[in-house]
Design a binder for this molecule. Sequence first.
Ligand code: SME
Length: 166
Amino acid sequence: MSESIDTTVGKTMDEAAYAAMNEALRALICGVPHLTANLANASALIFGTLSDLNWAGFYLREGDRLVLGPFQGKVACIEIPVGRGVCGTAVAQDRTQLVEDVHAFPGHIACDGASNAEIVVPIHARGAVVAVLDIDSPLPGRFTELDRRGLEQTARVLEEELSALL
Ligand code: SME
């Protein structure tokens, strides 16, 4: 199963690389009826594929809070109120947050002091935001519009393949 999954660390991500990662993700989770296992593998795939990350994972919505889900990286805060931090803002606005400098983001929640840039992408089910994909980097300005497009496509794959589980 894993032979076809390219998780080369440090690879430069262009559109083709994102398309390959997102198809690898689809193959990895398609038909697997376990949400935690799928999100754990998704976080490992992303963390192993994108360069210069220190955290990649998920927060899952429970009412007016986000609760820590599967991730790769250092231990992280467990609950984030909707509307707070980068993650809570992504949910409240239902919009990807691409943050070049987390220290300039009002209310940023510092889980790992090494983080300098962050991207948070909402994930939907039944017409609502039910989770976010959160990725941190120690490199200021690490994430670009190309990353936004690629990771929003990652979120679409998760929505399509996990709609019954989210
Ligand atoms: N920085 C996030 C908190 C989660 S950690 O990055 C893993 C935020 O401000 O919402």
